[in-house]
Design a binder for this molecule. Structure first.
Ligand SMILES: Nc1ncnc2c1ncn2[C@@H]1O[C@H](COP(=O)(O)OP(=O)(O)OP(=O)(O)O)[C@@H](O)[C@H]1O
Ligand SMILES: [Mg+2]
Length: 246
C-alpha cells in the first residue's frame, strides 16, 4: 500500500533579489486507495508540492516520505500539458519510460493505450493528435509504468468541457480498477468533488487551511443534487477561509 507522509514541509525559493515562500509548514498523510485533490488559488504552491513529492524540487525544511511497504514508492506524473516527445510515435512515447524494453513492456504499453481508447494511434506522432488525445496519451504513459501512486497537476484544465468530462470518467474508472493512490491538483472545486475521497485546500503563501473528506458514493453524477449540495457546502467553507491573505 502506497503512503505519502508530509511533515512540517517548508519551501522557500530564494534568488539574489527576492525570496518567495511557496509552502509554509504543511503536514498531511495519504495512504492506500485514496483520491486526494489539492485545491487552491493560483500561486498557492500546488505545483511546487507535486514537484517536491516527485523529487524534482528539493525541500527547504521538513520531511517527505513516499513509501510502498518498505521501499520507496514508484510514481507516475501527469503534467498540466501532456509533454510528449514530438519526434517519437505514441507507442514509443510510452516505451521510452519503461524500465526495460521487450515484448512484455510493449504489451503493457498497448494495454494502457487501449484503456484510454487510443490503441489505434500507436504509430502516429503526437502532432497528429488533438490536445485531448495527447493528454490521454500522457495519462496512459503515467499508468504504463504501473506506479504505486499517481501525481497529477491540473491535467484537464487546458481541455474543453466535454473532453474534460469524458477524461474524468476514464480516470475514475482506471482509479477504481487499478486501486492506485492519486494526488490530483486542480483549481476546479466541482472536479474535486466529483473525483475525490478527500480534498486538501491550500491558501496563498502555501498554508494548508482545510482537509475535508468527501463521503459520497461513486459513481458521482456531477449534475445530481447530492454532488451539487456537496459542492455548494465546500464552496461556502472555502469562502469563509481567508484564502488570499498572506
Ligand atoms: N522555480 C521557482 N523559482 C522561484 N519562485 C518559484 C519557482 N517555482 C514557483 N515559484 C513561486 O512559488 C509560488 C508557488 O508556485 P506554484 O507554481 O507552486 O503555484 P500553483 O499553486 O501551482 O499555481 P497555479 O495554479 O497558477 O499553477 C509562486 O509564488 C511562484 O512564483
Ligand atoms: Mg501549478
Amino acid at each position: 500500500m502506497a503512503t505519502i507522509r508530509v511533515h512540517e514541509l517548508r519551501k522557500e525559493f530564494v534568488t539574489d533579489t527576492s525570496s518567495v515562500v511557496a509552502i509554509e509548514n504543511i503536514s498531511f498523510e495519504v495512504t492506500g486507495h485514496e483520491f486526494v485533490s489539492v485545491v487552491g488559488p493560483s500561486g498557492c504552491g500546488k505545483s511546487t508540492l507535486l514537484n517536491i513529492l516527485s523529487g524534482i524540487e528539493p525541500v527547504t525544511s521538513g520531511q517527505v516520505e513516499i513509501t510502498e511497504g518498505e521501499r520507496r514508492a514508484r510514481m507516475g506524473y501527469v503534467f498540466q500539458a501532456a509533454r510528449l516527445l514530438p519526434w517519437r510515435t505514441v507507442l514509443d512515447n510510452l516505451m521510452f519510460v519503461q524500465p526495460t524494453g521487450g515484448p512484455q513492456a510493449r504489451q503493457r504499453c498497448e494495454r494502457y493505450l487501449d484503456m484510454v481508447q487510443l490503441k489505434h494511434t500507436a504509430k502516429q506522432y503526437p502532432g497528429q493528435l488533438s490536445g485531448g488525445m495527447q493528454q490521454r496519451v500522457g495519462i496512459a504513459r503515467a499508468f504504463s509504468i504501473e506506479p504505486d501512486m499517481l501525481l497529477m497537476d491540473e491535467p484537464f484544465s487546458h481541455l474543453d468541457a466535454i473532453t474534460a468530462r469524458s477524461l474524468r470518467r476514464e480516470l475514475h474508472a482506471m482509479w477504481m480498477e487499478t486501486k492506485k493512490t492519486v494526488l490530483f491538483v486542480t483549481h476546479d472545486v466541482s472536479e474535486a468533488v466529483e473525483l475525490s475521497t478527500r480534498i486538501v485546500m491550500l491558501a496563498k503563501g502555501g498554508r494548508l487551511v482545510a482537509d475535508i473528506p468527501v463521503e459520497l458514493p461513486f459513481p458521482r453524477d456531477p449534475s445530481s443534487d447530492d454532488v451539487a449540495l456537496a459542492r455548494a457546502d465546500l464552496l461556502r467553507r472555502f469562502e469563509s477561509l481567508d484564502l488570499l491573505a498572506t
